[in-house]
Design a protein around this ligand. Structure first.
Ligand code: NDP
Ligand code: 8X3
Length: 254
């Protein structure tokens, strides 16, 4: 069996964690990246014990401008040839009209969702080019396809991910490196708890009266995108709960 390796950012929770579990269950080795070391170590132990694959952890804040270089050095030290970079680390902070928005929240979203994705991709793309293969999958959002009230800066960051995905695909075309986006609607993870700064009651309310997606649903889609034949690239995959027709339209049974 050929053993592949996935680098997953934002692997300590939600979609990233589910992707790590899904890929490991199919025999992939995993490099887990996030800021919360304990969560990463816990997941690494679980995955190793369950699936017997190799798991390496790196505590990294993708907002640091040197994060990409640190990651590239870490990958080099592992002496591996990664097949996939899953740019998943990201967050929304706050939900209010831009005219009353909190500048620090904006910085966190822009630094993580746009600049973090860029730093990491900038460092790993040359690794892919040198080894002659690789695939970048960016986790976008329905918020990168349609604006919604009070979404403003989060929406802008996900539109940026949408644009960057297209542009990165063009830049990497001569090198045969695939670039894809998976853009989900509502997924119940820690996302809304982070958005509402720890207010779990308010976060739960987001998913009231309908069945949201799970991290596992997204992991299945990401796994599909990563495993098409070499000559096939899924450019963009929008995945929504059946009960959600657009960024602003959800059918709630309440
Ligand atoms: P979670 O909050 O559950 O997970 C977010 C992950 O990102 C965590 O592992 C977190 O780890 C990591 N992360 C956040 N900031 C940083 C940072 N500065 N450096 C490194 N890692 C970081 O949310 P989701 O799983 O839902 O979110 C994953 C992605 O999916 C995000 O890009 C989000 O925008 C996107 N998305 C989510 C949707 C949803 O409805 N949930 C829908 C569409 C897209 P740690 O805190 O340990 O660093
Ligand atoms: C997360 C989905 O609709 O809350 O990207 O922006 S939404």
């Amino acid at each position: 069996m050929i053993c592949k390796t996935a680098i997953i950012t934002g692997a300590s929770s939600g979609i990233g964690k589910a992707c790590a579990q899904r890929f490991a269950s199919e025999g992939w080795n995993i490099v887990l990246i996030a800021r919360r070391e304990e969560k990463l170590e816990e997941l690494a132990s679980e995955i190793k014990a369950t699936f017997g694959v190799k798991v390496d952890c790196m505590v990294l804040d993708v907002r640091n401008s040197n994060s990409g270089n640190e990651l590239a050095q870490f990958i080099e030290s592992l002496n591996i040839e990664p097949d996939l970079l899953l740019n998943n680390a990201g967050l929304a902070v706050g939900l209010s009209p831009f005219q009353t928005g909190v500048v620090d929240d904006w910085e966190r979203m822009i630094d993580t969702n746009i600049k973090g994705l860029l730093y990491v991709s900038r460092a790993i793309a040359p690794v892919f080019i040198k080894q002659g293969f690789g695939h970048i999958i960016n986790i976008g959002s329905i918020a990168g396809k349609e604006a919604y009230p009070n979404g403003n800066v989060y929406v802008a960051t996900k539109y940026a991910v949408d644009g960057l995905t297209k542009s990165m695909r063009m830049d990497l075309l001569p090198h045969g490196i695939r670039v894809s986006q998976v853009a989900p609607g509502a997924v119940e993870t820690e996302f809304s708890i982070v958005r509402f700064k720890g207010d779990e009651e308010r976060a739960k309310g987001v998913y009231n009266g309908f069945v949201p997606l799970t991290g596992k649903d997204i992991a299945d889609a990401v796994f599909y995108v990563a495993n098409t034949p070499k000559h096939v690239n899924i450019n963009d995959l929008i995945i929504m709960p059946t009960a959600q027709a657009s960024a602003v339209q959800v059918k709630r049974d309440i």
